[in-house]
Every structure is written in structure tokens, then in C-alpha cells.
Design a protein around this ligand. Structure first.
Ligand code: SF4
Ligand code: SF4
Length: 387
């Protein structure tokens, strides 16, 4: 078992230095989640950040100002059809009143911080205030993505200020900020700025695939004792979102995504509205150089091929790639053992393909499929898509 492998092609990707906004799609879509109620009833006009859907655990706000037009039944999330509220964007970004910003976020009390994180539902796993360790990952999940790199290059002072505030508010005893050595700019940026934050330990790890997965990074980083003490794990984007809600007490309305792939002229990191259709993003931002492509969401190594361009951006969308289809044929296994050797959780994908192995520990990283010289696609045997 090996926990990683290098993906050399990723080093060649260059992205924009400054933010590229795509905030003006004509419509954005809010998923109608079962059990949630339309808050405004018959009122069709909305200001940005107005409450649209009220739920028992969290609420959903509109990322644009505009008008509710219809319930659209031809919308998808991760290829699953959903019903969604279509809001026509009036491009005015009108808000009720501009709230004043919190000056020092580390003056906030723990209850207020947890309350705001919960209110705006920005983390999949809430912060555990009793944990002693905080782990921040600046490592991309997929080596062709550039979201965390972009965030560190553009927002490092805000990120470090927020991490320091979280340490002071929750009294975490140990904090690791993890990056890899693949991006010297990121490492330089952090080493130049981290000096004023003695409570944050910068960990520069050898660049390798699967370190962007929480379980792999945690196993590599934390001692048994630290694991026993419990930990909180946040990505750089989580930290940036925490900064924004603590500063402004407003919902998150935008999402950073990497738009790239070999069918495109260049890779870009875009800021888009939550609820934007993938098709609108491609139409308005992609310089396509090859028309025979697949649209892949959330990574070239472990992503999902989108069957519909009416899939929408959610908080979990990290990237959209337009890549030419690999037409090479699968060959016979040559028993090289790479698929097993590169599996970060010690599985034997060949056995799983034969219906024999236990696949419950699989983290769906796609490493086995990526490294196989015989082009054997294990995804279908691991309970994923076929392409
Ligand atoms: S996809 Fe699953 S089986 Fe394949 S390398 Fe990753 S964890 Fe192992
Ligand atoms: S990596 Fe491919 S060729 Fe090598 S043992 Fe695994 S299935 Fe066979």
C-alpha cells in the first residue's frame, strides 16, 4: 500500500492571478429540498440574501436579487434530477440594508461563531469546539484543480487571520496548515506571512495525489494521541467562507470553481453564483479548442461525467473540466500490481473487480483506474459511473 503518487502534468497548469467573476447568468436555481417551505409565499420579488426556503435544520437564501419565475423540473445536481426555484437575475445585487462589518472577528464568542456557521450551513461537518487539534488543508483534492492555490495566493492574510481567530475562540492546542511543495508561490506566500501567527504550524508535504482527501491527510499527519484528542478539518475555502460570514453575517452566495481541461485554451479559477447552470458557465467562459469533449465535474481523476448541462453549482462543486474522450481500449491485466500498490486505503481493486474484495473502505479517489497501464476502469466495480 502506498498513500500517494505524483501527477506530473498538473505542474504545467497556469491560472489567472486575479479573480474572474461570472455572476451574471440570467437565471439561478435554488433546489426545492423536501420538507423545506417557500418563505415568501406569493411575493415574487427578492433582494439578494433574502430567505427563500425555510427548513427545520437550515435555511436557503437567494444569491441574486430578482424575481421568482417558475418551478423548473429540468435541473440536476450530480446528474440527479431535482425540482428547483428559477430566479430571474435583475443584475442589480440589491440588498435590504448593508450590515456593518465585525471589526475583530476574534472578539466573537464561541456560541456566536457556531451559531453563524450553523445558520448559513457552510460546513458539511460542524466545528467540534471540544477537539484539541485544527487541521487546515490547502491541498487540492484533484491535481488539476486550483481553487485552494488561488485562495492562498489571493486571500492569505484573511485566511491566517481567521485561523488565528478560531484558535483564540475555541482554544485549539495544535493547528496545522498543510500544503504541498508543488506550488512554490503558495509556500513562499505562507512562509512570508505566517511568522506573525506562532500558533499555526505550516506543514509542507511532498506533492502527491490523494493527500487532498481528508482521511489520507489525517492518517499521514496526526499521531495516535492527536487522533484520540479529536480534530477539526477545514479546507482553505471553508476558512474563507467562515471569514465572510463572521465579518458580515450574510449567507455565502458565490463559489470558486476551476474551469479547465484539454479541450480548453486555458485553465481559469472563476467565482460564480451558487445555483448557476454548468452550461451557462461553459457558454460564457470557456474558449473551446476541441469540440469532442466530456464535461467532468469535481476532478479529472475521480470526478463525475455530467450527462446534462443543466446540472447546477452547489457548495460541493469544485471544478468543471472539458476533456476529450479517451478512446483507447481496455487491455488484459498484466499483473503489475500498481492498482493495489497505489490504493491509499490498502484495497485490492483487482479482487473487487472479480466480486471478491471488500470495497467498504474505498474513498473513490480513482487512483487505481488512473494508474492502470491496461486502462482497466475500476469505477463501475466500486459503485461509481462507467465512463
Ligand atoms: S478508488 Fe477506491 S479502490 Fe481505487 S485506489 Fe481509490 S480507494 Fe483504492
Ligand atoms: S494496475 Fe491494471 S494491469 Fe496492473 S495489476 Fe492492476 S489491473 Fe492489472
Amino acid at each position: 500500500m502506498n498513500d500517494s503518487f505524483e501527477v506530473t502534468q498538473a505542474k504545467k497548469i497556469k491560472v489567472n492571478e486575479n479573480i474572474i467573476n461570472y455572476l451574471n447568468s440570467d437565471y439561478i436555481y435554488i433546489p426545492l429540498i423536501k420538507g423545506m417551505k417557500l418563505h415568501k409565499g406569493n411575493e415574487l420579488s427578492l433582494l439578494k440574501n433574502d430567505l427563500v426556503l425555510k427548513g427545520s435544520e437550515y435555511d436557503i437564501y437567494t444569491p441574486v436579487s430578482g424575481t421568482i419565475k417558475a418551478i423548473d423540473e429540468d435541473i440536476y445536481i450530480n446528474n440527479e434530477p431535482i425540482k428547483a426555484i428559477a430566479i430571474e437575475n435583475n443584475f442589480k445585487e440589491e440588498v435590504k440594508t448593508l450590515k456593518s462589518a465585525t471589526k475583530y472577528i476574534d472578539d466573537l464568542d464561541p456560541k456566536k461563531v457556531l451559531e453563524l456557521i450553523d445558520k448559513y450551513n457552510i460546513l458539511n461537518i460542524p466545528i467540534n469546539p471540544k477537539a484539541k487539534t485544527l487541521v487546515i488543508s490547502g491541498i487540492e483534492v484533484d491535481p488539476f484543480e486550483r481553487n485552494n492555490t488561488f485562495i492562498i495566493n489571493n486571500y492569505s492574510s484573511k485566511i491566517l487571520e481567521t485561523i488565528d481567530a478560531l484558535i483564540n475562540i475555541f482554544h485549539f492546542e495544535k493547528t496545522y496548515f498543510c500544503v504541498t511543495d508543488s506550488n512554490s508561490e503558495v509556500v513562499y506566500n505562507l512562509t512570508s506571512n505566517i511568522g506573525t501567527y506562532p500558533n499555526i504550524s505550516l506543514k509542507v508535504l511532498n506533492n502527491s495525489y490523494t493527500l487532498g482527501f481528508e482521511s489520507v491527510l489525517i492518517n499521514k499527519l496526526l499521531t495516535k494521541k492527536e487522533l484520540k484528542w479529536k480534530y477539526n478539518y477545514l479546507t482553505c475555502e471553508d476558512v474563507l467562507n467562515i471569514y465572510r460570514i463572521l465579518k458580515r453575517d450574510n449567507p455565502i452566495s458565490e463559489k470558486l470553481i476551476t474551469l479547465g481541461g484539454n479541450a480548453l485554451e486555458e485553465t481559469k479559477v472563476l467565482q460564480v453564483k451558487l445555483g448557476t447552470k454548468v452550461g451557462d458557465i461553459i457558454k460564457n467562459n470557456a474558449e473551446i479548442i476541441s469540440d469532442k469533449y466530456l464535461v467532468v465535474q469535481n476532478g479529472l481523476i475521480n470526478g463525475t461525467v455530467l450527462k446534462e448541462l443543466n446540472n447546477i453549482v452547489t457548495m460541493d462543486t469544485r471544478s468543471i473540466f472539458l476533456n476529450t474522450k479517451d478512446t483507447r481500449k481496455e487491455k488484459k491485466c498484466i499483473n503489475c500490481g500498481l492498482c493495489m500498490f497505489k490504493c491509499p486505503v490498502g484495497l485490492n481493486p483487482k479482487l473487487i473487480k472479480m466480486g471478491k474484495g471488500d470495497k467498504s473502505k474505498c474513498i473513490h479517489c480513482g487512483a487505481c483506474t488512473y494508474v492502470c497501464p491496461s486502462l482497466i476502469n475500476f469505477k463501475k466495480y466500486l459503485g461509481e459511473e462507467h465512463e
